[in-house]
Ligand binder design. Structure first.
Ligand code: ATP
Ligand code: HSE
Length: 319
């Protein structure tokens, strides 16, 4: 569940008076998500998402995220901008937290995508990349390759081996491989960096929302393709690769932006990096979240299984 900070209806009513957004009809905490506190607000004029940023989002990064969303809206992408109050402010304080009122987007996040939905997502990602190439503000990827070493150290060999016997050694050798083979000089743009199915809202086969840009950063464009591939093309446990989803995702992407040869060649290594990134963040959360906490821990093994797949199938991205 993700309502860490409770806000009284009276305080939300008061908060809404800063905006031309109608007055409060109802406010419900949203259970999905693990990072921030989210409420669905109904007002007399519209629906909104009220987000209160918890510890993982640094408020100093919000101008990067919100500026990116504003640019993507202008480019016609279905992303949710932060609403401006009457004085033009997007970033607010509420209940002691940094908060934004965000446009509500229709659609549901799918748990088991079809090839048609993967193709639509590939297209949306490529359209996003065509626009974000010109986004001038930059933000370093704080879940990028240099940070994986620190995450592995913070998990510690005992912590990793308690998740899976021999995991610490596997992680060490993968880090070494990635340090040696990480590509250089690929195209860079703002990327989403976390485009899992739960961050894509859909109605039927149509993408109605790309959400949760709170890991977005400046990095290799192709790394975003690798992250999305790792997130979309496997069964939940990572044991079964679905080539139909993979083909559809990549074909959808290339219908909008052809993947340059250099990026395609780099994808097998980037996908190994993406799998290791989610293996390590999940392992860190697994070790540091008590089992009785109200947040559902995500299984790190699902990404160890993906990593093994990418290690054994470097040809999976061949055209
Ligand atoms: N703009 C939006 N329009 C409609 N629904 C939204 C919107 N933003 C968020 N939601 C809903 O709220 C849920 C949680 O949002 P989100 O994924 O951003 O949570 P989080 O805690 O910030 O992130 P995480 O997915 O990393 O745990 C989403 O699954 C979706 O159902
Ligand atoms: N999408 C990530 C969580 C946010 O980084 C995961 O499934 O592990």
């Amino acid at each position: 569940m993700a309502v860490y900070t409770r806000v009284d209806a009276e305080d939300i009513e008061q908060f809404l008076t800063r905006y031309d957004a109608g007055s409060l009809v109802s406010a419900k905490g949203i259970a999905e998500g693990v990072e921030n506190s989210n409420y669905l607000l109904e007002t007399t004029t519209d629906r909104f998402i009220l987000t209160l940023y918890e510890k993982r989002v640094n408020p100093d990064d919000l101008p990067f995220f919100l500026g990116l969303l504003d640019d993507l809206v202008v480019a016609g992408l279905p992303v949710p901008p932060a609403i401006r109050d009457r004085e033009g402010r997007q970033i607010q304080q509420l209940a002691g937290k940094t908060a934004c009122l965000i446009q509500f987007l229709p659609g549901v996040s799918i748990s088991h995508p079809t090839p048609a939905q993967a193709a639509a997502t590939g297209k949306a990602l490529a359209r996003m990349h065509l626009s974000t190439a010109d986004y001038e503000p930059t933000r370093q990827n704080d879940m990028g390759r240099p940070d994986w070493h620190k995450l592995a150290r913070d998990c510690g060999p005992e912590g990793l081996n308690a998740i899976h016997a021999g995991l610490a050694a596997l992680v060490d050798s993968e880090l070494e491989f990635l340090d040696e083979h990480w590509p250089q000089n690929l195209a860079i743009s703002a990327i989403h960096a976390d485009l899992f199915p739960d961050n894509v809202l859909m109605l039927g086969d149509e993408v109605t929302g790309l959400i949760d840009f709170y890991f977005s950063c400046t990095d290799f464009t192709a790394y975003d393709i690798a992250v999305t591939h790792a997130a979309w093309c496997f069964s939940d446990d990572g044991l079964t690769f679905d080539s139909r989803i993979s083909d559809a995702l990549l074909a959808g992407y290339e219908a909008i932006r052809v993947i340059p040869e250099k990026e395609r060649e780099a994808l097998p290594v980037l996908a190994r990096g993406a799998a290791l990134r989610f293996l390590l963040t999940r392992a860190y959360d697994w070790i540091n979240t008590p089992p009785e906490a109200m947040v559902t821990r995500k299984d790190p093994m699902a990404f160890l299984n993906r990593l093994s797949f990418y290690q054994q199938h470097p040809d999976v991205f061949s055209a």
